[in-house]
Design a protein around this ligand. Structure first.
Ligand code: UDP
Length: 370
């Protein structure tokens, strides 16, 4: 084990510790290190089993509270996972989405610049914008970023996240690393609409919900868009590679200039280009895995149905047609490469979803579709 992981005097602040990524990161920090955690979130249902842990202190709060922001920035490492990231809300609640994804993280970045903390900020692969079907590998520092017109409110989330990246990169005294997740999937992802959340979650949770309810999967605009799905457990391994290289480059305790070649002042894609599928292919794989889990023939599972993006998500919806990450930089600077194959990721996620929601009564809940 790396020496610094044994150092019980280190406390890492995890903002959004109760979310999908946060709950897995929290588990890994507590299992693989001797660190303490200062966790902030509004919802703790995914981390009930950690609430009494003596190495953790939790706070029910969000970044809208200035005193909380200052408190978080006292710790040497700050991981910010907090965000509104429910796709249907990008259209319906654009101002709130922008406040959550720009105003709040920018205030946290200011506080970290003042205190000298290393800010690891979770951005999004959506900052690559309105990519076309024939776009190739998306490179952190080279790919041109294109968004739709302001009436296409789908891009409220992405443009707020992008502005935050630019703000962070512009702060002179900030030690920062930005990470751009490419469609993370795994246990505890999002929610089941009408059961423990509202709106339309991301595709995997939405397809899982429809399968459990015996409803057809909805293929937005024919399901021709492509995504590269990444195991959340690979994402956690990425974080440990980042911590390790950050320590050896002295990211903690030195200025970014002094650190020289390091993960500081860098944005990293975290993705798995080997796991690329069209959404229609994803639907077929998920139907097969679900049929296998339930021990029924696949043709007993309803066929997918096509729906238009605007009809499904509302006015202002547009799509990225392909999101294929270049992962060369993470390999070169951190020695990290995601390794979990698509079939393993999907089975693991779906088995968890089916088990987790199997005691829920679906008959009196809202439908998954809008
Ligand atoms: N999608 C779909 N059916 C659904 C949910 C999403 O066809 O029930 C599509 C969506 O239009 C997009 C892709 O799946 O092309 C991925 O959408 P998601 O909301 O998961 O996140 P994104 O990768 O677009 O940020």
């Amino acid at each position: 084990m790396n020496l610094q992981f044994n150092d019980s005097s280190i406390t890492v602040a995890v903002v959004g510790c109760g979310g999908f990524i946060g709950c897995h990161l929290l588990d890994a920090i507590l299992t693989r290190t001797q660190w303490r955690v200062f966790g902030v979130d509004l919802d703790f249902y995914r981390i009930q089993h950690r609430l009494g842990d003596e190495r953790c202190e939790f706070m029910v709060a969000d970044l809208a509270d200035k005193s909380v922001v200052e408190r978080i920035a006292k710790y040497p490492i700050v991981v910010n996972l907090a965000a509104i990231c429910v796709p249907s809300r990008y259209m319906a609640e654009a101002p709130e989405v922008i406040r959550s994804n720009y105003d709040h993280p920018a205030a946290l970045a200011d506080a970290c610049a003042k205190s000298g903390s290393w800010l690891i900020h979770f951005s999004t692969s959506e900052i690559y914008g309105r990519t076309s079907a024939d776009s190739g590998l998306l490179l952190e520092d080279e790919t041109e970023l294109t968004f739709g017109p302001v009436t296409a409110s789908r891009w409220s989330y992405a443009t707020a996240k992008l502005l935050t990246e630019r703000y962070i990169a512009g702060l002179k005294n900030l030690k920062w690393t930005v990470v751009r997740p490419f469609n993370f999937v795994g246990p505890y992802m999002d929610f089941m609409p009408g059961v423990d959340g509202s709106g339309i979650p991301r595709v995997l949770a939405n397809f899982s919900s429809a399968l459990v309810r015996g409803e057809p999967l909805k293929l937005v605009n024919g399901g021709v868009a492509k995504r590269s799905f990444t195991s959340v457990f690979d994402a956690v391994d990425f974080m440990f590679a980042l911590f390790e290289v950050g320590f050896s480059a002295n990211a903690v305790g030195m200025t970014s200039k002094a650190a020289g070649k390091s993960p500081l002042s860098q944005a990293f894609n975290i993705g798995n280009p080997d796991n690329e599928l069209t959404i229609a292919e994803l639907a077929e794989k998920m139907r097969k895995i679900f049929a296998d889990i339930r021990g029924v023939p696949v043709d007993s599972i309803p066929e997918p149905e096509e729906v238009s993006g605007v009809e499904y998500y509302g006015e202002g919806y547009e799509d990225s047609m392909r999101r294929l990450p270049s992962v060369e930089k993470a390999e070169r600077l951190l020695g990290f490469k995601a390794k979990t194959p698509i079939d393993v990721v999907l089975r693991e996620s779906l088995e968890w979803f089916v088990g987790h929601y199997s005691n829920t009564s679906y008959s009196d809940t809202d439908s998954a579709s809008s």
